[in-house]
Design a protein around this ligand. Structure first.
Ligand code: ZN
Length: 380
C-alpha cells in the first residue's frame, strides 16, 4: 500500500515537475517572445528614422551640390563682372583722356576760328573795303620808326607776306619774343590785353619803339564782354584808354576779338547772331577786325609740343600767299618762343616778307579780305 502511495506521489511529483517545467519553458519562451518583439520594432523604427535621416542628408547634399554649382556659376559671373569692370575702367580712362583733349580743343576754339570753310559770300560786304582807310588813318607814327626792318615799307604787289601775330600779352615771355624778332629783324603784331599792358608799360614802350604793331585785343579778355554791345564796347573803350595811357597815342582801329570773330563763347552769352551783328557794327564804327589763317596750335593740346606746332604751321601755310599766323604770348607758351626762329627761317626760305598791320594798303586789305582773314563774314 505504502509503495503504491509512494509511487502515486512520485507520479504526481513528476507530473507536477513536468507541468512546472512546461510552464517554465512556456514562460521562458513567452518571455523571450515578448522581449524580442519590442526589440525588432525598435530596430525597425530606428531603421526608418535612419533611412529618413539619410534621405534628408541626401537632400541636403543635393542642395549643397546645387549651391556649389550656383557658387561656381557665381564665380564665373564674378569673373565676368570683374572683366566688365576692368573694361569699363579702361573706357573711363579713355573717355577722361578724350574729355581732356576736347576741353583743350575747346580752349583753342576760343582763340581759333572754326569756320575755315571758304564760303565766298563774304565779298558781298564791299562797304568794308571803303572803311579800310581807317586803318591807314593817322597812326602813321606807329611802328615804322626805328627798326623791325621789313615793316619799313609795305609789301610789293603780289608779294608773299607774313604778318606774325601774338595774342594775350604782354607777359614775362614777351622780352624773349621781342629778342628773337630783333635777331631776325622782322616785325611782330601784338594783340594785347589792356590790363596786362598797364603792368608792363616800359616793355610796351620798347616794343612800340622797335617798330612792332600793337593792337587791341581786349581790356579784360573776359568772354562776358559778349553779353551785349554795351559790355563789348565798354571793354574796348577801357582797352583804348590803357593803350593811350601807356603808349601816348591812339590805338589803331584794328581789333582781334577774343576767340576770333566766330568765337563760340559769344553764342553762350548772346546767341548765334551776336557776332554777325557786332562785326557789322564795329565796321560801321570804322574798325577792321582780323582773324588768322594759320594757327600755331599754341592754345591747344599741342602748346608744349614744338614739333607738332611747327608741323601744323607748315601744313596750314601751304599754298597761302598771305599768311597771318596766330601765336600766343603768355607764360605757358615757352614752346612758341622755342619754335619762333624755325618758323621765321621757314617763311624766309619760302620767300615771304614780314610786315606789321600798320598802314595797310588797299591792296593788302583786299587780299586779306579775299582770303577771309580780315573783316570776314561770320558764318553761323
Ligand atoms: Zn586772346
Amino acid at each position: 500500500m505504502n509503495e503504491v502511495i509512494r509511487l502515486k506521489k512520485q507520479m504526481w511529483i513528476k507530473a507536477g515537475l513536468a507541468v512546472l517545467a512546461a510552464v517554465l519553458i512556456a514562460g521562458v519562451f513567452l518571455a523571450g517572445r515578448m522581449s524580442v518583439e519590442p526589440l525588432t520594432e525598435e530596430m525597425r523604427a530606428e531603421l526608418r528614422d535612419t533611412r529618413s535621416e539619410a534621405d534628408e542628408r541626401a537632400k541636403e547634399a543635393e542642395l549643397l551640390r546645387e549651391d556649389l554649382e550656383d557658387s561656381e556659376e557665381m564665380q564665373e559671373k564674378l569673373t565676368a563682372k570683374k572683366a566688365e569692370i576692368e573694361a569699363l575702367n579702361d573706357r573711363i580712362d579713355e573717355l577722361e583722356q578724350e574729355l581732356a583733349e576736347l576741353e583743350e580743343n575747346a580752349a583753342e576754339e576760343e582763340e581759333h576760328d572754326t569756320e575755315s570753310d571758304a564760303s565766298s559770300d563774304d565779298d558781298s560786304e564791299q562797304e568794308t573795303t571803303n572803311d579800310s582807310e581807317s586803318v591807314n588813318g593817322d597812326d602813321s607814327a606807329t611802328g615804322n620808326g626805328n627798326g623791325a626792318g621789313s615793316s619799313d615799307g609795305r609789301p610789293d604787289s603780289g608779294e608773299r607776306v607774313v604778318y606774325l601775330t601774338f595774342d594775350d600779352g604782354p607777359t614775362d615771355l614777351t622780352p624773349d619774343i621781342l629778342s628773337i624778332l630783333d635777331d631776325y629783324d622782322v616785325p611782330g603784331n601784338f594783340f594785347v590785353i589792356g590790363q596786362r599792358m598797364e603792368n608792363y608799360p616800359q616793355l610796351m614802350r620798347s616794343m612800340d619803339g622797335a617798330g612792332h604793331g600793337i593792337y587791341s585785343h581786349s581790356y579784360t579778355h573776359d568772354y562776358a564782354i559778349y553779353e551785349s554791345f554795351e559790355t563789348y564796347y565798354e571793354d574796348l573803350n577801357l582797352m583804348e584808354q590803357a593803350y593811350e595811357r601807356v603808349l601816348g597815342k591812339e590805338a589803331p582801329p584794328l581789333v582781334r576779338f577774343p576767340g576770333g570773330s566766330s568765337n563760340h563763347s559769344s553764342i553762350e552769352y548772346s546767341g548765334e547772331e551776336f557776332m554777325v551783328e557786332l562785326t557789322a557794327d564795329i565796321q560801321e564804327r570804322g574798325y577792321h577786325y582780323i582773324d588768322w589763317n594759320v594757327s600755331s596750335g599754341d592754345a591747344s593740346a599741342i602748346y608744349d609740343d614744338p614739333q607738332a606746332m611747327f608741323d601744323q604751321i607748315v601744313n596750314q601755310s601751304q599754298g597761302e600767299d598771305v599768311i597771318v599766323p596766330l601765336f600766343h604770348d603768355t607764360d605757358r607758351n615757352q614752346a612758341t618762343r622755342d619754335i619762333l626762329p624755325d618758323v621765321i627761317e621757314y617763311y624766309q626760305a619760302q620767300g615771304y616778307s614780314f610786315h606789321t598791320l600798320d598802314d595797310l594798303t588797299q591792296e593788302e586789305i583786299t587780299r586779306m579780305e579775299n582770303n577771309r582773314i580780315l573783316n570776314r563774314n561770320v558764318v553761323r
